[in-house]
Design a protein around this ligand. Structure first.
Ligand SMILES: NC(=O)c1ccc[n+]([C@@H]2O[C@H](COP(=O)([O-])OP(=O)(O)OC[C@H]3O[C@@H](n4cnc5c(N)ncnc54)[C@H](O)[C@@H]3O)[C@@H](O)[C@H]2O)c1
Length: 443
């Protein structure tokens, strides 16, 4: 792999300020960015204001976000607000190299990301964005914030605050907070209603189904699709698979593992939504296609692989590549073939072959078949990120810990998204507002 340092000639010390796979891809990347730019009206309106007000003047923002075109527009928005940006990806497989090349050419933009990283390269990039000495951090999955609290504690004192994009990141932050180890205020962007109700549900649904179809070119209709986890991501995937004619089985757990309601109520809501619900031991025997979205570990494990049908396809839409126990699958296999991009065949010693998509990493983001969420969805999620960064920059008074996104910010983004589609909602009357706060009788 040819890695290119882009020299920042404007820098006095002439240190390499970006590291991307191939700088000659920048033209293609700029076309991708332009398409996203034209379809992200909420961020465009925030950017127009940032250009005038420069809320980040003199500040550095370091990010670990899947580095593709929609992320590029968020980073541009922050730079338009006066920030110097240091950007890496939050996953070794999800960088769009053309977008990374185009971003690296922009003013005040330092990019350390390429697709297909080793673990060592992944951490080199995370460390590189912390070398920028950030005032604000944006993370997706908590690897960057974790690094700040462990090997890069020297950088911690300067950081005013951070934002976390995904459910798994929030779970990790809450564990750090419980152990008294979280030393920063962090906005739980994932928990904003304008984020998880839209991004996790509708974004993951469309992008996961698209990526599976793109990688396999197989028909969804008539297949038995097993969805593990009926959280916001899982229910989106299940509903879209059903809409495409699949026979959907949902697997949930007896208990609570996530930050939301327990698997018991979620299993029941899947049942009442019209799905078959069962334990994985039973579902494993029936599925043609398995999608995990649990935020947990080993939702698909050795005892399930041994029960699966020959030719079953496995993939993961949860944040980390721990939901499908790939090491166990590897141990059970006599031969592993890299069949084509995004598909590996595991020939089990029993004679069956199981197919794993994208190494068990986020199927909807792992390139080339994964393109991430639809643009409009990321317009909303990243509008929340931009506004939360502004709150941090303006010195929002917050103690170390995980903080909800303020309701006004959450609602402002939903309003922007509706307005961008020309939709206005009913204004509640003074009488209705008063009634909603009173003990008035209904009759
Ligand atoms: N692919 C994407 O683009 C994308 C987008 C947003 C979030 N995520 C990630 O997806 C994962 C799920 O997010 P969410 O918001 O739906 O979380 P969530 O906590 O709302 O839902 C997870 C569900 O999985 C269930 N579960 C846990 N272990 C299980 C197991 N072994 N078998 C079956 N069910 C199990 C939980 O009970 C819960 O209902 C997280 O890792 C999150 O970070 C991915």
């Amino acid at each position: 792999m040819q890695l290119i340092y882009i020299l920042a000639l404007k820098s006095i010390r002439c240190v390499p300020m970006s590291k991307v796979k191939d700088a000659s891809l920048a033209k293609k990347g700029e076309a991708e960015l332009e398409w996203a730019r034209r379809n992200m009206p909420a961020l465009a309106s925030i950017r127009a204001r940032f250009e005038k007000e420069k809320p980040f003047a003199g500040m550095t923002i370091s990010t670990a976000l899947h580095l593709e075109k929609k992320t590029g527009i968020l980073l541009e928005t922050l730079a338009a607000g006066g920030a110097k940006v240091f950007a890496s990806s939050c996953n070794p497989l999800t960088t769009d190299d053309s977008v990374a090349a185009a971003m690296a050419k922009q003013q005040n933009m330092n990019v350390f990301a390429w697709e297909g990283q080793t673990n060592e390269e992944y951490y080199f990039c995370l460390n590189s964005v912390l070398d920028g000495k950030p005032d604000i951090v944006i993370d997706d999955g908590c690897d960057l914030i974790n690094l700040l609290h462990t090997k890069r504690r020297g950088e911690l004192a300067k950081v005013k605050g951070a934002c976390e994009e995904t459910t798994t990141g929030i779970v990790r932050l809450q564990a750090m907070q419980k152990a008294g180890k979280l030393l920063l205020p962090v906005f739980a962007v994932n928990n904003a209603h304008s984020k998880f109700l839209l991004d996790n549900q509708f974004g993951t649904a469309q992008s996961t189904v698209t990526a599976i179809m793109q990688a396999t070119n197989k028909l969804i209709a008539g297949k038995t699709v097993v969805v593990a986890g009926y959280g916001w991501c899982g229910r989106g995937v299940a509903s879209r698979m059903k809409g495409m004619g699949a026979n959907v089985i949902v697997v949930e757990i007896d208990g609570t593992l996530g930050p939301h309601e327990s698997g018991l109520q979620r299993g029941l809501s899947a049942l009442y939504d019209g799905f078959r619900v069962m334990a994985m031991d039973e579902a494993a025997q029936q599925g043609d296609l398995f999608v995990t979205a649990t935020g947990s570990k080993n939702a698909l494990d050795a005892q399930h692989f041994s029960k699966m049908k020959d030719g079953a396809i496995l993939c993961n839409a949860g944040h980390f590549n721990v939901e499908i126990n790939e090491p166990a699958l590897r141990r059970m296999s006599g031969k592993i073939e890299e069949l084509k991009e995004n598909i590996a065949g595991y020939r089990l010693k029993s004679g069956k072959t199981l197919y794993l998509l994208s190494e068990g990493r986020l199927v909807n983001l792992a390139r080339p078949s994964g393109q991430g969420h639809p643009i409009e969805i990321m317009d909303g999620s990243f509008a929340i990120q931009a506004l939360c960064c502004e709150l941090i920059a303006k010195g929002a008074k917050m103690k170390a810990g995980v903080h909800d996104v303020p309701k006004e910010t959450d609602d402002a983004v939903a309003r922007l998204l509706l307005q961008s589609q020309g939709i206005g909602l009913e204004e509640p009357t003074a009488e209705q507002k008063k009634y909603s706060e009173s003990f008035e009788e209904g009759t």
